[in-house]
Design a protein. Structure first.
Ligand SMILES: [Zn+2]
Length: 587
């Protein structure tokens, strides 16, 4: 069968078959020839002169392997080389593309650097999750850096430092180190002086409009060519109050002919009247504050960041900062710029979130209408779902648009495996069933795949000689039930509606077997014993309230539990006193 005359042919065929099977289970049952040829010839230099024959042999074996079903391939691999499947699983989880030039660095260091002027929301998820995941992947370091150097316009607020720390903790992205830029002003001053005395920066006292005009024409302002001594003197005046806000700014020299005017001699430090706008942490201690590119640019180097993972809106900032790096003789870190991640319908404007919370149009930063992590947490959206979604999107540069439904489907997959099931009926309507012939014992599994979790058990006993059983069903179900139509009360029995009245519905017992309901294509609806239930309020994603009753097993639920209300949706228990209140996640 095999034409190749080789020694140890059997051993070679076995090796090829193993490689082919492993490759096949990774490629939906169809092994690819290329990697197998590469592997076999790579491991066996002596075969390379016979590459043509070896390739023919590989193709023959490949034909056999690819002729098997995926299940058969997998079974062979599981039996013979179970360890390879485990390895494959681990690799599947590490699906992020490798970092550029990772081997150049002894330790990979990434950072997430929020301004503590608001809580975090889904818009930050990509920066956080990717930076943290990469640090973890390379056994590196993940740094949290608070960028709080604008006490006036993007004013930080004390409570947000802690809220951001909490959010990262919840996301399971806790930093290895934390820095706060408002602690580091002396560092920025030191480098400002270095740049000024080296002639790489200057204190510009021009009226902003005039400076802009000159810059657009690629012309230097009169300050630019003054000697460093003059600038150091002006710098002292900035520090000691000789200038007021807006009168002087330190600019880093770039290329005045740079095609992008926004890059030309960018502002690095400015004066802020901190008597009028005290910083929440350091008050009026400093009046000269670094701007974004100065502080972030210096810190990325000084804190040893090897890979900056950020949105592509920062591309120009990178260009600006590279000038400063050159002045200081530093090498710019690797920068990965990902595209915009738009989430349709998610509300991400920081200023509007803060305004809405302040004026009471939102109940708080965890109002269910918001896309803040606090709100997602409250609704039972899991960190795993957020992370998985972000990792799947990865750091690609193309813009990506996701919807709430995308996030929900990630979350649903995870929750479906673990959440217990319960009955809840919204806007309950009474349903009286007559002619129930005996006492029924309804046994409802907490989870269809986990018998060990046990069952919710209800005794359904007819009350009088009419065999009357009263249950509550959801208004929506009640409205759609027509007289004469059979329905099944889930895991209980089949009934037929006989009439509707103001106070509820009447029905008559039909039969017990589930098969009858199947044959009649009867609808299955959830029910709750009229005399055994728990009032329950559901806070919906639009902040409206749905009221109803849950089955009495829900009395045992504890705050923070996430459960599935069957045919209604996944909910997170928010509180149990004074009454059961849950937040709705999604269908
Ligand atoms: Zn000037």
């Amino acid at each position: 069968m095999y034409a190749l005359a080789l020694e140890n042919q059997k051993e070679l065929v076995d090796a090829i078959r193993k490689a082919a099977l492993l490759n096949a289970v990774q490629h939906d049952g169809k092994a690819q020839a290329g990697p197998i040829v590469g592997k076999i010839l790579g491991e066996r230099a002596e075969l390379r002169p016979k590459a043509k024959e070896v390739t023919a042999l590989i193709n023959t074996v490949l034909g056999e392997v690819n002729g098997l079903t995926v299940e058969a391939q997998r079974q062979i691999v599981e039996e013979k080389w179970p360890e390879t499947l485990k390895k494959q699983k681990v690799e599947e989880e590490k699906r992020l593309p490798p970092l550029p030039n990772a081997s150049k660095y002894e330790k990979i260091v990434t950072r997430f650097s929020p301004n503590p002027d608001c809580v975090l929301h889904l818009g930050s998820a990509r920066a956080i999750v990717l930076s943290h995941e990469y640090a973890k992947l390379y056994k590196g370091k993940f740094i949290l850096r608070f960028e709080d150097t604008d006490p006036k316009v993007k004013r930080p607020s004390l409570m947000f430092y802690d809220k951001i720390r909490e959010d990262l903790k919840w996301l399971d992205c806790e930093p290895d180190e934390e820095y706060i830029q408002s602690d580091r002003l002396p560092v920025y001053y030191e480098y400002a002086e270095k740049l000024l005395s080296g002639g790489y920066a200057y204190v510009c006292t021009c009226v902003p409009d005039e400076f802009r005009k000159l810059t657009l024409e690629s012309k230097p302002c009169p300050c630019r060519s003054l000697p460093p001594e003059e600038h150091l003197e002006r710098w002292q005046r900035m520090l000691n109050g000789g200038y007021t806000e807006g009168q002087a700014v330190v600019r880093v020299k770039t290329d005045l002919g740079h095609p992008n005017p926004a890059v030309r001699d960018w502002p690095a430090l400015r004066i802020i009247d901190t008597v009028k706008y005290p910083h929440p942490r350091v008050g009026s201690k400093y009046r000269v504050w670094p701007l974004y590119n100065m502080a972030a640019g210096l810190d990325d180097h000084l804190l040893g960041i090897t890979h900056i993972i950020r949105g592509k809106e920062h591309l120009t900032n990178g260009v600006r900062q590279e000038f400063m790096y050159r002045h200081l003789g530093w090498e710019y870190p690797e920068a990965i710029h990902y595209g915009r991640l738009k989430i349709t319908g998610a509300f991400l404007s920081k200023s509007k979130i803060i305004q809405g919370v302040k004026d009471g149009s939102y109940s708080g930063f965890d109002d269910p209408r918001l896309a803040t992590f606090a709100a997602l947490r409250r609704r039972g959206i899991t960190t795993e779902a957020i992370k998985k979604m972000i990792v799947d999107v990865g750091p690609k540069t193309a813009d990506v648009t996701l919807s709430w439904e995308t996030l929900y489907s990630y979350n649903r997959k995870l929750l479906d495996l673990v959440t217990n099931r319960y009955f809840f009926v919204a806007d309950p309507v009474r349903l009286d069933v007559v002619s129930v012939p005996k006492v029924f014992h309804a046994e409802l599994p907490l989870h269809p795949d986990h018998d060990d979790r046990g069952k919710r058990k209800y005794t359904v006993a007819p009350k009088d000689e009419d065999g009357l059983v009263s249950v509550l069903i959801a208004k929506q179900d009640a409205e759609s039930l027509e007289a004469g139509v059979m329905v099944r009360l889930m895991e209980l029995f089949n009934i037929k509606v006989t009439g509707k009245a103001d106070c509820g519905l009447q029905a008559v017992f039909v039969s017990e077997p589930y098969q009858d309901a199947r044959d009649a294509k009867a609808r299955l609806i959830q029910w709750i014993l009229a005399k055994e239930n728990v009032p329950c309020k559901v806070v919906m994603p639009d902040a409206s309230l749905t009221e109803g009753v849950a089955e009495s097993a829900c009395k045992k639920l504890k705050a923070d539990a996430v459960v599935q209300f069957e045919r209604f949706g996944f909910v997170r228990v928010d509180s149990t006193v004074p009454e059961l209140t849950v937040y709705y996640a999604h269908k």
